[in-house]
Design a binder for this molecule. Structure first.
Ligand code: PHE
Length: 456
């Protein structure tokens, strides 16, 4: 063990590295965003392109962030600064920090809703007709303090884990939560696929209809792959700074990406068979999870009352667990920065981050309901602004700059050393990696960006 590793906290095991980082990647993006994007974009075709994007763009971008973090052995802004050598590239790390903080601001709100739905399922309130679920959702999100209460609860849980540090907090929690998540997912998939007419949903997911292919499906899939893999805001840089010198960066990225994609596809296998079985359209946009899905479960399992209750409960527990492991990584990006750059204790840093997040989370939540008029700017709520600014501008921009940074600015030797663990690994894919990160990834991200801005 080098001195560096002794001083700085790190993950204690390979499986810890994989589960914690996969925990960051697997989140609401997989269970909430992926299914509705698939529904809106034609099913199997979207999935095929998504997988291609993940392999060709996701893996190289993830490896680049790992290189920056493990080389820097520090929080994300400092890791960028170290390689930037006093140039403006150092600012990319700060941009990531801001992005992470803003994502956290609205992510806690939706995570809080998940907890409310766990509670509602538990107390038997997730039964009724479509109108009931619609009203339930609207009343809840516009309630003056209930959603805020849940923001505080999920943030409190995140805080407790973060305060316990890297090994005892993040790694330990991930080792418990990720297997739980898998088991819940498999149980619901089996239940959903056993419903009558489930095969239509399975067909929708796996039988491509190439007439559905168009440019926006392609760019949507690319954007989704970045969001889902937590690329572009320093979460991967921060976690990689806790990797050991013997962690194989490429292999880990492949494993993490595989887990993330598998969870997304399983989430589809949980939702579409159930939706098709009761004839509900799967392309109902972001409200899919909180309005359509409870209704789908209630109807699909109407003949088996206890099963319906259990499936709905397990589903929202699953969603909350997925959200929590992602929140941990967002929190850690900011906590590590305050701890190291402001020279505070970990506890103090975590308290600052939690308090600030609670404040912006409260405003985001209020912008939905109680104070929607006051907190709407240029026709978009505060929540909407955070989502738009991060997902559509800051994340692609962060990813884009990181590719250029690694591909064109950072000395090849540093990149190669990190890639091959100082010559210990063969580095067979190094040239392919450099080619993708120099030319293909920046070009592709630029296209996503221009598409999202409505330019192409
Ligand atoms: N990848 C997470 C998800 O799929 C979202 C996220 C983005 C988390 C960026 C951390 C950083 O939900």
């Amino acid at each position: 063990m080098t001195n560096n590793q002794k001083e700085r906290a790190n993950f204690g095991s390979k499986i810890g590295v994989i589960l914690a980082t996969a925990g960051s990647a697997v989140g609401l993006g997989n269970v909430w965003r992926f299914p509705y994007m698939t529904g809106e974009n034609g099913g199997a075709v979207f999935i095929i392109i998504y997988i291609a994007c993940v392999l060709l763009l996701g893996i190289p971008c993830m490896v680049s962030e790992f290189i920056i973090g493990r080389h820097g052995q520090s929080n994300s802004p400092r890791s960028y600064r170290l390689l930037a050598n006093g140039t403006l590239w150092g600012l990319v790390g700060y941009m990531g920090l801001l992005t992470g903080f803003l994502i956290m601001g609205y992510y806690v709100v939706v995570s809080g809703w998940c907890l409310q739905y766990v509670w509602a399922s538990l107390t038997g309130n997730m039964m009724g007709d479509p109108d009931y679920f619609n009203t339930y959702y609207t009343n809840f999100v516009s309630h003056p303090f209930k959603p805020i209460l849940w923001v505080v609860v999920i943030l409190g849980m995140t805080h407790l884990i973060i305060e316990h540090g890297i090994r005892n907090g993040i790694e330990r929690a991930s080792k418990v939560m990720m297997p739980v998540l898998f088991i819940l997912l498999l149980i619901i998939v089996v239940a959903a696929c056993m419903l009558p007419h489930a095969d239509k949903g399975i067909e929708f997911l796996f039988k491509p209809d190439f007439t559905k292919f168009n440019g926006s499906v392609f760019l949507g899939a690319m954007g989704q792959s970045f969001y889902s893999l937590s690329i572009g805001m320093g979460a991967l840089v921060t976690y990689a700074s806790y990797f050991s010198k013997s962690t194989n960066l490429t292999k880990s990225a492949v494993q993490i990406v595989s887990i993330d994609s598998m969870v997304a596809i399983l989430a589809g296998l949980m939702i579409f068979p159930a939706a098709f079985s009761v004839g509900i359209s799967p392309d109902s946009g972001p409200s899919l999870i909180f309005i359509t899905l409870p209704n789908v479960f209630a109807q699909a399992f109407a003949a088996f009352p206890v099963t319906g209750y259990i499936v709905s409960l397990l589903f929202f527990v699953l969603l909350s667990v997925a959200a929590l492991t992602s929140l941990m990584s967002l929190h850690e990006v900011c906590t590590a920065f305050f701890q190291e750059d402001m020279h505070t204790s970990r506890r103090g840093a975590a308290i600052v981050v939690t308090t600030l997040t609670a404040i912006i989370g409260t405003f985001c939540s209020l912008s939905f309901g109680a104070a929607s008029e006051e907190l709407t700017f240029f026709g978009r709520s505060l929540f909407g602004w955070f989502d738009f600014l991060t997902g559509q501008i800051l994340l692609p921009l962060g990813g884009f700059l990181t590719c250029l940074f690694i591909g064109w600015f950072v000395p090849h030797k540093v990149v190669r050393d990190e890639f091959t663990n100082w010559g210990e690994l063969s580095g067979r894919f190094f040239h392919l990696f450099i080619f993708l990160i120099r030319y293909i990834c920046p070009f592709a991200i630029l296209c996503i960006f221009l598409h999202e801005m409505g330019v192409i």
